[in-house]
Design a protein around this ligand. Structure first.
Ligand SMILES: [Fe+2]
Length: 310
């Protein structure tokens, strides 16, 4: 990884191959991204009224705040308008609507001063999304809803692009995660007991790269990038949204970032929907990324019940 491309006009295929080499892309706001963020802000502002979502944490007990988030986040995640706005955005970014699949968007909050950092507002330790059953060709699209500062952003740890890290992804199974803990995220207010994959060695978090773009800007990166939530030392809660994409041709050909250290089981691929018509990925393609944990009868996966919180 050595390059950050800003507002690069290259086609989607070139962009994906560079992302699979560890490069990063940043885009300044454009109408399609601004529309998605405006919708998310509208829901957040309605939920926290009369408070500003960025400072609402200073006006209520943490239990009440967590309850508001537990209502707000699924509403945004599953709103049909969210999907329409993502479809429009991906078309605007030159993604092939018949080959590009996306999952529902998440809304994330990084509260200030350690107010709420578990459960529904989990502060992410350094991780690769590929430790969480994502395919190596998955891309992550991340957009801040309001102005962000370096002190409440997200950090990349580029030295780990080429360096494997001993980690506990071998213990992570996506279906078990869905069945056992995802729906209880809102209950984890003081601590978070959910078993997440994490490094089993001390990581050097410096140097790190933080991308500060305006509200409605986009940071685009490979799911194999090591990244983390920056501890928020500002006085404002950071609100962001993100979603992931995969490309059918990549899934068929096996294109993607190199797998240095992911050993999780299961796959997130059943969550993805085609841009053109919201169809799910072909079963035979998903099967090549799956394993025998899908039908054990113990680990039940229900896409309709999967309300992602991470
Ligand atoms: Fe992540």
């Amino acid at each position: 990884m050595n390059t950050v491309y800003v507002d690069s006009p290259v086609d989607d295929g070139t962009r994906r191959s560079r992302l699979f080499e560890g490069q990063l892309y940043v885009f300044t706001p454009r109408p399609s991204t601004a529309a998605l963020c405006a919708f998310a802000r509208e829901l957040a502002e309605a939920a926290f009224a009369p408070h500003d979502p960025r400072t609402a944490q200073h006006h209520m007990p943490v239990e009440q705040y967590a309850a508001l988030l537990a209502d707000l986040k699924p509403r945004f995640i599953h709103h049909p308008r969210s999907k329409q706005l993502i479809e429009a955005m991906l078309l605007d970014f030159g993604c092939d609507p018949d080959d590009t699949y996306f999952d529902v968007p998440r809304m994330r909050t990084a509260t200030a001063e350690g107010y709420l950092t578990s459960g529904i507002a989990y502060a992410f330790h350094p991780h690769r999304d590929t430790w969480y059953s994502a395919p190596m060709c998955q891309l992550n699209w991340w957009l801040p809803l309001y102005e962000i500062a370096s002190e409440n952003s997200m950090a990349f740890h580029p030295q780990y692009w080429n360096t494997p890290v001993r980690n506990s992804s071998r213990d992570y199974n996506y279906y078990a995660w869905n069945a056992e803990s995802r729906t209880t995220a809102a209950q984890h207010i003081k601590t978070d007991t959910r078993k997440q994959p994490r490094a089993e060695e001390t990581l050097a978090l410096e140097p790190q790269v933080r991308m500060i773009c305006p509200p409605g800007g986009v940071v685009l990166f490979s799911a194999a990038q090591m990244h983390s939530t920056v501890p928020n030392t500002t006085s404002h809660t950071r609100f962001s949204i993100d979603f992931r994409t995969v490309n059918l041709a990549d899934l068929r050909s096996g294109a993607g970032a190199p797998n240095l250290d992911s050993a999780c089981t299961g796959t997130v691929l059943r969550d993805f929907m085609r841009v053109s018509d919201l169809e799910r990925l072909p079963g035979e393609v998903v099967a090549t990324y799956d394993d025998d944990t899908h039908d054990t009868g113990v680990l039940v996966f229900d896409p309709a019940a999967a309300a992602p919180s991470r």
